[in-house]
Design a protein around this ligand. Structure first.
Ligand SMILES: *[C@@H]1O[C@H](CO)[C@@H](O)[C@H](O)[C@H]1NC(C)=O
Ligand SMILES: *[C@@H]1O[C@H](CO)[C@@H](O)[C@H](O)[C@H]1NC(C)=O
Ligand SMILES: *[C@@H]1O[C@H](CO)[C@@H](O)[C@H](O)[C@H]1NC(C)=O
Ligand SMILES: *[C@@H]1O[C@H](CO)[C@@H](O)[C@H](O)[C@H]1NC(C)=O
Ligand SMILES: *[C@@H]1O[C@H](CO)[C@@H](O)[C@H](O)[C@H]1NC(C)=O
Ligand SMILES: *[C@@H]1O[C@H](CO)[C@@H](O)[C@H](O)[C@H]1NC(C)=O
Ligand SMILES: *[C@@H]1O[C@H](CO)[C@@H](O)[C@H](O)[C@H]1NC(C)=O
Length: 855
């Protein structure tokens, strides 16, 4: 675009060549024009100087060619008469010529000045003109203006695509773009640079969040945009749950009961997550941190944190399982149990409950080996139990103490329990008893105490027996099936003892004894009949008495029954000759037999008292109201009376009306004779008495009757009292005597009636005989007693005659029920207690003796 020729070219012929650049080359002098090219860069609005050679030419012309055109137009020239600035120059800024040079200065360079400036310079016109063409290419540049950032989406969702544009109003190219990212922490980095004003961000992520600015640069300047915040929307991510205090097990998290447990949930999200907590799928809390103060075992379960991004309406969830550990209650419990058929022991330590199970271990040098369990291939016991087997060789009869320790993560301290082994302190005890309905006989054997418990089993005759049980064992036999005379042996084994202990029971039928087989007693007294077991047999049945009617006796007013397991004494009260005499029977039985003995009770009347005779009966005054009596007793020296009855009755004033027909049997019902009035004299030594309060007009008869106890003697002959004077009325007296005799007979009948019916009519009886009829008052020597005493005072055994000496002399076994298991005494043969054969009256083999012996 160089205009090769200017109209003025020919005008200026220069002999010198001047270049604007460093070199000044004189080309030739043959009149050739010298061309020089240079480029000048200006900035719009700024000043620029366009040079035209280094020295002031003689003539010069500046012209301007607008880019895109061919026209070359003059701007300024100086043909020696000073510069002449053309109108065109006005469009090219404030143009001026620098003095003493041909250089053009443009102030405030406008864009329109962009183009080709050509300076045609002529030197040495006078001599040998030299012409130079200086081509100055002026480039007018525009500085970049402050860019501003545009984002297609300032809050993109993570994963989406967006773009950012750096917008620029002005600025000549080429323009370089630099993209900067500043995180919220202040780290600044360049994310892109180049000549593109747009960057695409595919797959936006959270790391893109931050401040963005772009910087633009061109050859003139650089400018930086304001920053713009890019807010990536994302999340929530899968939450992270932090458990404090932290304790992770294979089953999940764990916490100790009563601790304060804090669950912190964190899920990355923009905007920030909203948190909701769930326990076993029910909502329990809202917020990032869920704190449980004093957590309890029931709080075990699944805890889920749900994080929500409310903007995106997205959520994520994480579940953890939390187990609350708690200790078992109390302390471990130690026990000892037998092993290997009671030849050895196993120690058990158990502490159930708690989570996880407590850990237990036996202290001391004990190794947990259990042959039985390893043999059976069973699984190991749960941790809340631990067992230890002690081999038989290590056991001593003295016993030992073993301790087991338990620990648990929820407890600070270990807890201990201990157990000891020991042999039962006493010996095994055997005894027998019978069920109430007498269906079964039970043989009981027990060996109490000890650790572990002893094994107890029975072996009886004929295969009767019972397998082992701990501590005690009851062998139940049908009542009749027990074997008499053969021992039932109880065996007892304790692991700490090598030998087996035994105790034996031998069953025998009972034998009854009585003191007297025949008991005589006078009427009215109480009598005791005794019956006792020869040995202390099994307490099988009580002894039963039957009376003379064969009726079982209970305690009544008639009978008093005193009973123990060993004897039964029957007291027959107030004996009556006809009612109470007879055979009484005493029976008992047990599982292997029964027995009975008869006791004969003889109730005797007292012997008749001797006869008495009324020797005096006389009024002591003429008033005839008192009569003095005197009497005497026959056979006085033998005694035999306890008192007297004095009787009197009036004699009818009309004796003719009285019946004298004695052939007819008088009865109380049919005849109402004049009654006998009685006075009782309870002193056997009295021989006289005054009867008072008599009716003077009456005629009386008197008589006396000796009495002893229940027996009333013969009444004396009746007497009519004599007058104090000698006036007698024989006729009257005779009639009176007749009436008296008749009345006396009636009285005697009445007395008999009263005595016989004294139980029905005790008042009448007591009136007559007094209420004291105790044995002491009626104390009479019995001839039978003398006889028994004479036979040596031994016991009389049922069935045996008084002469059956051997059976009566049976030795009493010394406490046969005493059980002495370890004594080596052999059980005495039952046959030694058997009654002598041949004695028909002897009780049959009906006794149970329990003999316990040990081996
Ligand atoms: C861009 O250039 C035009 C014309 O030269 C001017 O009017 C405008 O103010 C300039 N803008 C900036 C931002 O410099
Ligand atoms: C940006 O993406 C648009 C279309 O989505 C495409 O036209 C343009 O060329 C891309 N620019 C860059 C720098 O990748
Ligand atoms: C975000 O940056 C971090 C570290 O600067 C990096 O570990 C992570 O992978 C980045 N995330 C994405 C989605 O690129
Ligand atoms: C919660 O769930 C756990 C495990 O399934 C369960 O053991 C616990 O009893 C549950 N708790 C309640 C209160 O339902
Ligand atoms: C257990 O011991 C008893 C007595 O020592 C014996 O009779 C019994 O046969 C034993 N049982 C076993 C299974 O060894
Ligand atoms: C019962 O009789 C026995 C003699 O068989 C005697 O030893 C015992 O003392 C008597 N009991 C009473 C209470 O009398
Ligand atoms: C006593 O008297 C009765 C009748 O009066 C008479 O039968 C009896 O023989 C007398 N006894 C004596 C020992 O005299």
């Amino acid at each position: 675009m160089v205009a090769p020729l200017l109209g003025l070219t020919f005008l200026f012929l220069c002999s010198r060549l001047v270049t604007t650049d460093t070199e000044v080359v004189k080309i030739n002098h043959k009149g050739e024009v010298v061309y020089k090219d240079s480029s000048v860069y200006g900035v719009v609005g700024k000043a620029v100087i366009l040079e035209c050679g280094t020295t002031l030419p003689d003539l010069y012309i500046w012209s301007f060619t607008k880019p895109g055109t061919d026209a070359i137009k003059a701007v300024v020239y100086d043909l020696g008469k000073g510069p002449r600035i053309q109108k065109l120059a006005q469009t090219l800024g404030q143009l001026s010529i620098i003095s003493k040079s041909a250089a053009v200065s443009i102030e405030k360079l406008p864009l329109s000045a962009h183009g080709l400036f050509t300076c045609q310079a002529f030197y040495d016109i006078e001599n040998e003109p030299v012409v130079y063409y200086y081509y100055v290419h002026l480039t007018v540049r525009v500085p970049v203006s402050k860019p501003y950032l545009l984002m297609s989406d300032a809050s993109p969702v993570e994963g989406s695509t967006m773009w950012m544009r750096c917008n620029l109003d002005n600025g000549t190219g080429p323009i370089q773009y630099v993209w900067q990212h500043e995180t919220h922490r202040g780290n600044v980095s360049t994310v892109a640079q180049g000549n593109s004003s747009v960057i695409n961000v595919t797959n936006v992520n959270r790391n893109h969040t931050g401040w963005y600015r772009c910087a633009v640069t061109n050859p003139v300047n650089s400018e930086t945009s304001n920053r713009l915040w890019l807010d990536t929307i994302y999340g929530p991510d899968l939450p992270q749950i932090d458990v404090t205090p932290y304790s992770l097990t294979e089953r999940g998290y764990s916490a100790l009961e009563r601790e304060t447990v804090s669950l912190q949930c964190q899920a990355q999200s923009n905007p920030v997550s909203q948190y909701v907590w769930f326990y076993n799928n029910s909502q329990v809390y809202t917020g990032p941190q869920f704190t449980i103060t004093k957590i309890l075992r029931m709080h075990t379960g699944d805890y889920a944190c749900l994080a929500q991004n409310t903007y995106l309406n997205t959520r994520s969830r994480k579940t953890i399982s939390l187990t609350v550990y708690y200790p078992p209650d109390g302390s471990p419990s130690c026990s000892v149990e037998p092993a290997l058929n009671h030849t050895s022991v196993r120690l058990l330590c158990s502490w159930p409950g708690g989570l996880p199970s407590a850990s237990l271990h036996w202290t001391g040098d004990l190794k947990p080996v259990d042959p039985e369990e390893s043999e059976s291939g069973e699984q190991k016991p749960p941790a809340s139990n631990t067992a230890i087997f002690l081999p038989p060789e290590g056991l001593t009869s003295g016993g030992s103490v073993y301790s087991c320790r338990g620990s648990h993560p929820a407890l600070r301290q270990e807890t201990e329990c201990s157990t000891r082994t020991y042999v039962p302190p006493a010996e095994p005890v055997c005894f027998a008893y019978v069920t109430n309905n007498r269906q079964y006989l039970m043989l009981s054997c027990s060996w109490d105490g000890g650790a572990p418990k002893a094994l107890v089993w029975w072996e009886g005759p004929g295969g009767q027996g019972k397998g082992g049980e701990e501590t005690s064992n009851v062998l139940i036999l049908r009542y009749g099936s027990a074997r008499s005379g053969k021992p039932y042996t109880c065996h007892a084994k304790h692991p700490l003892l090598q030998q087996i202990k035994t105790c034996k029971l031998t069953l025998e039928a009972p034998v009854l004894l009585t003191q007297r087989r025949v008991v005589s007693v006078y009427e009215g007294s109480d009598v005791q009949l005794t019956c006792n077991l020869r040995d202390n047999y099994l307490p099988v049945t009580e002894i039963t008495w039957f009376n003379n009617q064969g009726v079982g006796i209970r305690d009544t007013s008639k009978y008093r029954l005193l009973r123990t397991s060993a004897w039964a004494n029957l007291t027959v009260r107030d004996t009556d000759e006809t009612q109470d005499s007879g055979e009484y029977r005493c029976t008992t039985f047990n599982a292997v037999g029964g027995t009975e003995i008869n006791v004969t009770l003889l109730v005797k009347k007292h012997p008749m008292p001797p006869n008495a005779t009324l020797i005096t009966a006389m009024y002591n005054s003429r008033q005839r109201n008192e009569v003095e009596l005197e009497w005497q007793v026959q056979d006085e020296e033998h005694g035999g009376w306890t008192g007297f009855i004095l009787e009197h009755k009036w004699v009818s004033e009309q004796p003719g009306r009285r019946r004298s027909n004695h052939s007819q049997e008088p009865t109380l019902e049919r005849i109402a004779p004049p009654p006998w009035y009685r006075n009782f004299i309870q002193d056997p030594d009295v021989r006289g008495h005054t009867v008072v309060q008599l009716t003077p007009t009456m005629t009386y008869q008197f008589r006396v009757t000796p009495v002893n106890h229940r027996t009333i003697g013969h009444p004396s002959a009746a007497k009519t009292p004599a007058e104090p004077s000698s006036n007698m009325y024989p006729a009257v007296i005779g009639a009176a005597i007749g009436g008296m005799l008749f009345a006396a007979l009636l009285t005697a009948l009445l007395l008999v009636f009263i005595i016989r019916n004294r139980n029905n009519n005790p008042r009448l009886h007591d009136m007559l005989f007094g209420s004291q009829h105790s044995q002491s008052r009626e104390n009479i020597n019995f001839p039978e007693d003398e006889m028994v005493r004479g036979s040596g005072g031994g016991m009389e055994e049922i069935g045996g005659s008084s002469s059956s000496g051997p059976s009566m002399a049976l030795p009493r076994a010394a406490s046969p029920l005493t059980i002495s298991p370890m004594s080596a005494t052999p059980s005495s043969s039952p046959s030694s207690h058997a009654p002598p054969p041949g004695d028909d009256n002897e009780p049959v083999n009906v006794t149970i003796t329990v003999k316990a012996t040990g081996s």
